[in-house]
Design a protein around this ligand. Structure first.
Ligand SMILES: Cc1cc2nc3c(=O)[nH]c(=O)nc-3n(C[C@H](O)[C@H](O)[C@H](O)COP(=O)(O)O)c2cc1C
Ligand code: SF4
Length: 419
């Protein structure tokens, strides 16, 4: 498959607009402007593009809901928070090909009728601020942003908004609150952002990778795009692979590539020739899988059938030396720290889980600790205000399900990995 998302990341200085344009950047802006906005929306709908931020919501449908509202200021937000442990795929686009994202945002803004856009950037990506701001400045200078773009009557302003370092601000409604200058906590839905989002105006919020797919859809047409990868989740996908593989990194592959192909063909197998123990397929909040799942296709539907989720496509690979109690401890520590505190099950549940793991990791495990962990998860499951709480219990539940022996050994002998 020819690269669409990472096609310019290896070109030296592709962050410079002249270099990027020489290699095709912004070529789809005039083409999209030849189409009616509604036709651009329909093209994205027919391409069956699903959001790459984690939930897999159909992008065209989201755009349509917002595009239908007329006569008001609308916003287009790019979610560049990328705070899920293990996830680093968006960074490649942000740092190495920002003009791809800006091009996608101009076309998206045109399609939905938004004249104002923001890129909400993760606090921990300080390098990204200057790269994006320079790229935006260059795009203004070349007439791709601002008033009456390319003389076609559409105006679009874009700027970067830096987060303050909270994972919850990647959740779309918390992101909106934060953008408005409030404390980053989720809003009740409905109303959904498409009807009442930023400053209560119709708003589309999309992930970096999602928006970066748009120029390719316009270039090749929805039919050709929809034929890539899996029928139910077509297109290319950036899998960010980390952990015990020989060649970790970001791999752009057709959606639905199997875990086995990713780990063994593209990443060169497990480091030191060891055995694979566990894989977290889509970022910290997606349930762990095992060697038995190597032939699972990495797409939205196949992973749900296998008992996990595609999430952000952040594949974390662990070899046989890893103790899964330790892995779950590290992840639950993160979630307990990042729980925004708005609802009791998540706020109390994650910190209670953390306390039990802390005890286990300090050789003070008790015989009924596995049951206690499962009980706490039950008090969290299905009772949280936003998906963070539900995601937080996944490492606990899946590690107990697949690696119960690690817990039993930890409680019995105190061998739990390194705290
Ligand atoms: C706790 C939490 C963190 C999230 N973090 C991100 C993030 O960093 N980036 C992202 O694109 N989506 C993130 N999401 C998903 C967003 O809420 C939203 O679904 C997404 O931005 C929509 O864009 P998409 O349709 O293009 O995927 C997060 C969701 C939750 C619950
Ligand atoms: S589930 Fe957690 S992060 Fe979400 S609103 Fe409740 S306390 Fe906040």
């Amino acid at each position: 498959m020819e690269k669409m998302l990472l096609k310019r990341v290896d070109i030296p200085n592709a962050t410079d607009i002249d270099v990027a344009v020489k290699h095709g950047a912004y070529a789809m802006v005039p083409k999209a402007f030849e189409m009616r906005p509604v036709d651009v929306v329909n093209e994205v709908k027919q391409a069956n593009l699903r959001g790459r931020g984690g939930a897999g919501f159909p992008t065209g449908l989201k755009w349509e809901l917002c595009a239908r509202v007329h006569g008001t200021l609308k916003y287009l937000l790019c979610n560049a928070d990328e705070g899920e442990p293990g996830t680093f795929k968006d960074r490649f686009i942000l740092h190495q090909d920002p003009h791809l994202l800006i091009e996608g945002m101009i076309i998206a803004g045109y399609a939905i009728g938004a004249e104002r856009g923001y890129i909400y950037l993760r606090y921990e990506y300080p390098k990204g601020v200057s790269i994006l701001e320079k790229a935006i400045e260059q795009a203004y200078a070349k007439g791709y942003l601002g008033k009456n773009i390319l003389g076609k009557g559409f105006s679009f302003d874009l700027s970067v908004h830096r987060g303050a370092g909270a994972y919850i601000c990647g959740e779309e409604t918390a992101l909106i609150e934060s953008l408005e200058g409030k404390r980053g906590q989720p809003r009740i839905r409905p109303p959904f952002p498409a009807s009442q989002g930023a400053w209560r105006r119709p708003t589309v919020i999309n992930n970096v990778e999602t928006l970066s797919n748009i120029p390719s859809i316009i270039a090749m047409g929805s039919e050709a795009y929809a034929s890539i990868g899996e029928e139910t989740s077509p297109g290319p996908k950036i899998y960010g692979v980390s952990g015990h593989v020989n060649r970790p990194g970001a791999y752009e592959l057709p959606m639905g590539t199997t875990l086995r192909e990713i780990i063994y063909d593209h990443c060169g197998g497990i480091r030191g020739g060891r055995k694979l123990k566990a894989v977290i397929p889509g970022g910290a909040s997606t349930p762990m899988l095992t060697e038995a799942h190597l032939d699972v296709k990495m797409d939205f539907n196949s992973l749900v059938s296998a008992g996990s989720m595609l999430g952000s496509g952040a594949v974390m690979v662990m070899d046989e030396t890893v103790n899964m109690v330790n892995t779950a401890y590290v992840l639950i520590r993160f979630f307990a720290h990042e729980s925004c505190g708005k609802c009791t099950p998540c706020r109390e549940g994650t910190s209670w889980l953390y306390q039990v793991y802390h005890r286990l990791m300090h050789r003070q495990g008790r015989p009924d600790d596995i049951d206690l962990l499962l009980y706490i998860c039950d008090t969290v499951k299905g009772k949280c205000f936003c998906p963070l709480g539900e995601g937080a219990i996944q490492p606990v539940l899946s590690s107990i399900k697949h690696f119960r022996a690690d817990y039993e050994r930890c409680i019995k002998t105190g061998e739990c990995g390194q705290a």
